[in-house]
Design a protein around this ligand. Structure first.
Ligand SMILES: [Zn+2]
Length: 324
């Protein structure tokens, strides 16, 4: 990409939505390549089971239960101190997507769910902002760079692709580290072309690969001329109802959304400890167990409950320990 391309990279910015497996690998490639401003957004914290595929994290991060965004940024800064890197610990939703993603040249998919992807797709198409879809499940991965007005969007794609492959979640199928590396490399390559202004080099194809069977596929996707999102410009995911109070969040867990309340985690820690509970707090989040459940509470009031997918249980535990 030459000196000029490198300079353009340094003057560019990208937001990575979700910093699990694909998000972390892609963030690392972009930071090393010298993208001038990176923002890593993630709602979750590092756990030992992540280390098999999430390249930016180590055992210390898991022991400390650091938020993935914070752990990622610490690592990224040690890779390239000459770029600007920020961490946002939040769940990207219709309520905050504009505030969090406004102004970035490119949005990268590091999420693990279609709910968030459709919020991002609606936002990107409405704002005319490029974004790159990427996903991996099992040994299979898929990616596609979306340039609103020029290429198909995620909604077009879903009409023409076999959804069953895409909708299996990594919580039920697991995910193989090499599939992650491959897909994030493909995603990062398109990102580098776009951010360095090499638009002609972008292949515009939906690339999918299976590292187990060795099957690779690259297909041209056409725009759906009656696409609800990019043709009719309807954005239900943005205008959508307020986020449900409780949402599924992986196998055997739910997320409890609270409207931006600000919790004093240290006070909560001492209250729970006084009640005889095993509790850990690290400035970003607080974790305690009430067997058979385990709850992780973030400073913004959000919580993840492990051990149940029953919204009623989640609500009652939240009310009992955090307060209504
Ligand atoms: Zn479309």
């Amino acid at each position: 990409m030459g000196e000029d391309g490198q300079r353009r990279l340094l003057g560019s910015s990208a937001a990575i939505v979700g910093c699990g497996a694909i998000g972390a690998s892609t963030a690392q490639l972009l930071a090393r390549a010298g993208v001038g401003r990176l923002c890593v957004l993630d709602r979750d914290f590092v756990e030992p089971s992540n280390l098999q595929r999430q390249a930016l994290f180590d055992e210390d991060d898991a022991r400390e239960a650091l938020p993935k965004a914070a752990a990622a940024v610490r690592k990224l800064r040690s890779l390239n101190s000459e770029i600007e890197i920020e961490a946002v610990v939040a769940d990207v939703s219709s309520q905050n997507v504009d505030e969090l993603l406004r102004g970035f040249d490119l949005i990268l998919d590091g999420t693990d769910n279609f709910e968030t992807r459709f919020v991002v797709n609606d936002y990107a198409v409405q704002a005319g902002r490029p974004w790159i879809y990427a996903a991996a499940v099992g040994s299979y991965g898929v990616t596609f760079a979306i340039r609103p007005g020029e290429t198909a969007c995620l909604a077009c794609l879903m009409e023409t692709t076999d959804r069953s492959m895409l909708e299996e979640t990594c919580d039920t199928a697991g995910i193989l580290g090499p599939a992650v590396s491959l897909v994030s490399s493909l995603e990062a390559a398109e990102a580098l072309k776009l951010l360095s202004g090499r638009f002609a080099a972008m292949h515009g194809r939906l690339v999918s690969c299976d590292v187990w069977s060795g099957r690779m596929q690259s297909v041209r996707v056409t725009r759906n001329t009656s696409c609800r999102t990019c043709a009719r410009r309807e954005f239900p995911y943005l205008e959508g109802e307020a986020q449900p109070h409780i949402t599924m969040c992986g196998r055997d867990s739910v997320q409890i959304h609270e409207r931006r309340r600000s919790l004093d985690l240290r006070l909560l820690e001492s209250n729970l400890a006084a009640a005889g509970m095993a509790v850990k707090q690290n400035g970003f989040l607080l974790k305690f167990s009430a067997p058979p459940y385990e709850m992780t509470v973030f400073g913004d009031g959000r919580a993840i409950l492990k051990g149940s997918t029953d919204p009623a249980v989640a609500r009652s535990l939240y009310a009992r320990y955090i307060g209504a």
